[in-house]
Ligand binder design. Structure first.
Ligand SMILES: [Zn+2]
Ligand SMILES: [Zn+2]
Length: 641
């Protein structure tokens, strides 16, 4: 049997050799680091006999696959600890998730912080006992016997869900000491191979995510390849919590989610409104700079439109239900702006000479998100897309895509993001495949445009929209998190569905291509990302209040107002703090509000026409700066990109 290594070398081994033996033959260091192997992409335990040759890889904790196995194994240890410590409890499911894992339990009482601490301690004991994980194959009937006391496991075995227990009559489980759990594997060789873990928190959950089923308690944990990685992750979590846009949204008085209004719907307060205006103004500036026209459309439209566009067929679960008066046609709230822009295109006969046509709109859309996924303004039910639709000929696709990519990257850079990654998503199974040629043209054009842009990308096979392939651009924020923002979608279908045409140079009708593009995605979500990226300390051009002026005593108020007038004349957003607090308290408040500049004015300043200047992030102030100088400096700092 031949095993081909990633470097191209081929090893010959007897059938039945284990992954560990192969790894040892390659090198003892590799064997020590190995946690599993992959043969032709199928992951296997180190101890499992390999019966077929193929592409062979050793999996270590340096890889996502390795971390997945580590977290999965850690979930078992967590369940083992809970069953040890809470007699009468039973366990449901415990998958690895991004950066960690969870396990769901049915217990008499929700877990307390002390419970979580003792679960962590019990897990440490299990880890230090270095219990080997043993793969056990059994028939479904045997499995029902083994798990007879655990009703959720019985349900899983009876449901025959291949994702959970493997297809066919064979059921696999993993045993360590006297603990056994249903599982497809693979696993670490033993519990001692978990280098670093932490029990994080618990919350309520329902069996199968179904509110009519059993209420469970979910415990989240995390596990990493080293103590240092764990520390770094916990630090990131801590930072993320401090930056949470919902918390900062309240502290900076940006927006709120009144329960009277409904889940996933926000109101924007004056500070948030000013931030929003800056973002919207910049969006309009760039749309103009890149040659887009502005169009406007209503928030509802006849249901027929969504029938024609294909949304009712492919997107209905995300749409609000239809509404109508007796005798009138049915209407829907719009989840997208596309059909409206199509109607603008259709309002007159188009010639190839007019193309490309680029229509942009900050369009409010409404999507029904499950209450479990609604998350502040990052995932809301009502939001605004900085949307555009470009109509062009096949010959123009390449140049248009470059322009759109340039637009998107300019937009993201202007807000302080400079690390990008893209996904190129190709035709999905659910695609409307009425013209293969246009899909081929579209997929190639997107790949070429990405190649030309120099942005790193990977191909997400089958992840495209139902109407065409697309590029999604991800950014990295200040604490290293990846966010998907911009999208550029080349639509091969909608123009045909709506019967769009233009007259080509030989006077015959042709179907245009259509490019959907959102630069921020949802503007609200983008602002949520900005809040978290900057931890509320916005660059000066975005800050709702740019300058806070603090009079030392009542007698300086008049001068403070003059200063404010001068700053306002220079286009700066300045406020005078007229509260009766001490100067120290006022400065502290300006700092917590993260105002970019604080000006303190006292007797000398009134006499000399100066101010004391303190910039956010600097720990001392400069006294006696001439007002004209400060005004020029701040106006320069506040210039939008
Ligand atoms: Zn497992
Ligand atoms: Zn669209």
């Amino acid at each position: 049997m031949e095993l081909q290594l990633p470097d191209g070398n081929v090893l010959s081994h007897d059938t039945g050799v284990t992954g560990f033996e192969v790894a040892t033959a390659i090198g003892p260091g590799l064997a020590r680091a190995a946690v599993a192997v992959a043969v032709d992409g199928v992951l296997m335990d180190l101890s499992q006999p390999i019966t077929t040759g193929g592409a062979f890889r050793v999996i270590t904790l340096d890889s996502d696959e390795g971390l997945h196995i580590l977290r999965h194994s850690s979930a078992h240890v967590m369940a083992q600890a809970v069953l040890d410590l809470f007699p009468g409890s039973t366990f449901a499911i415990g998958p690895p998730i991004e950066d960690g894992f969870y396990y769901d339990f049915e217990v008499a009482e929700p877990f307390t912080p002390e419970d979580l601490r003792s679960i962590g301690e019990r897990m440490s004991e299990i880890v230090s006992e270095d219990q080997p994980f043993e793969r056990v194959a059994m028939t479904r009937a045997e499995a029902l016997g083994v798990f007879a006391d655990h009703k959720f496991k019985v349900e899983i075995i009876e449901n025959v869900d291949p994702g959970e227990v493997g297809a066919g009559d064979e059921v696999t489980a993993y045993r360590n000491l006297d603990f056994i759990d249903l599982c497809r594997g693979p696993h670490l060789p033993s519990t001692g191979r978990i280098p670093a873990f932490e029990v994080l928190r618990s919350s309520g959950a329902y069996w199968r995510g179904d509110q009519s089923r059993e209420q469970l308690q979910r415990i989240y944990g995390t596990a990493w390849a080293s103590k240092a990685d764990l520390e770094a992750y916990l630090h990131r979590l801590d930072e993320a919590e401090k930056r949470d846009h919902r918390r900062l949204g309240t502290e900076l008085d940006l927006f709120s989610f009144p329960s009277e209004l409904g889940s996933g719907l926000a109101v924007w307060h004056p500070n948030g409104g000013m931030l929003r205006k800056q973002v919207e103004d910049h969006s309009r500036r760039l749309h103009e700079r890149f040659g887009f026209d502005f169009v406007y459309s209503p928030h509802i439209g006849r249901e027929e439109l969504w029938q024609t566009s294909g949304h009712l067929e492919f997107y209905a679960e995300n749409m609000y239900p239809s509404m109508h008066y007796e005798g009138d046609p049915a209407y829907r709230l719009k989840p997208m702006n596309c059909p409206f822009h199509v109607l603008v295109y259709q309002s007159q006969q188009r010639s190839y000479r007019e193309l490309p046509l680029r229509f942009g709109e900050l369009g409010g859309v409404y999507r029904y998100e499950q209450s479990g996924v609604v998350h502040g303004i990052l995932r809301a039910r009502g939001f605004t897309q900085d949307d555009s639709h470009t109509f062009c000929t096949e010959d123009q696709i390449q140049e248009e895509l470059r322009l759109h990519i340039d637009f998107v990257l300019t937009w993201l850079r202007d807000f302080g993001f400079d690390e990008f990654e893209a996904d190129l998503s190709t035709r999905p199974e659910k695609a409307i495949l009425d013209e293969e040629h246009r899909w081929d043209v579209a997929e190639k054009a997107l790949a070429d445009a990405l190649d030309a842009s120099g942005v790193d990308y990977k191909v997400a096979s089958g992840e495209g929209a139902f109407y065409g392939p697309k590029i999604d651009v991800h950014i990295k924020d200040a604490i290293g998190r990846r966010w998907q923002c911009s999208t550029i979608q080349l639509d091969v279908n909608t123009p045909r569905r709506f019967g769009l045409e233009y007259v080509d140079s030989t006077n015959s009708p042709e179907t245009p291509y259509m490019i959907h593009c959102a630069k921020a995605g949802s503007l609200e979500r983008f602002m949520g990302i900005l809040v978290e990226h900057y931890a509320g300390a916005f660059p000066m051009w975005l800050a709702p209040v740019q300058v806070s002026i603090i009079p030392v005593a009542d007698r300086h108020e008049e001068y403070a107002r003059q200063v404010k007038g001068r700053l306002r004349d220079a286009g700066l957003r300045a406020d005078v703090d007229l509260s009766t607090e001490t100067v120290g308290d006022k400065i502290r408040r300006a700092l917590t509000q993260k105002h970019p500049a604080v000006l303190v004015v006292g007797d000398d300043d009134v006499a000399n026409g100066t101010v004391g200047l303190r910039l956010y992030g600097e720990d001392r102030d400069t006294r006696g700066v001439p007002l004209i100088e400060v005004t020029n400096q701040l106006a320069e700092m506040a210039r939008h990109p």
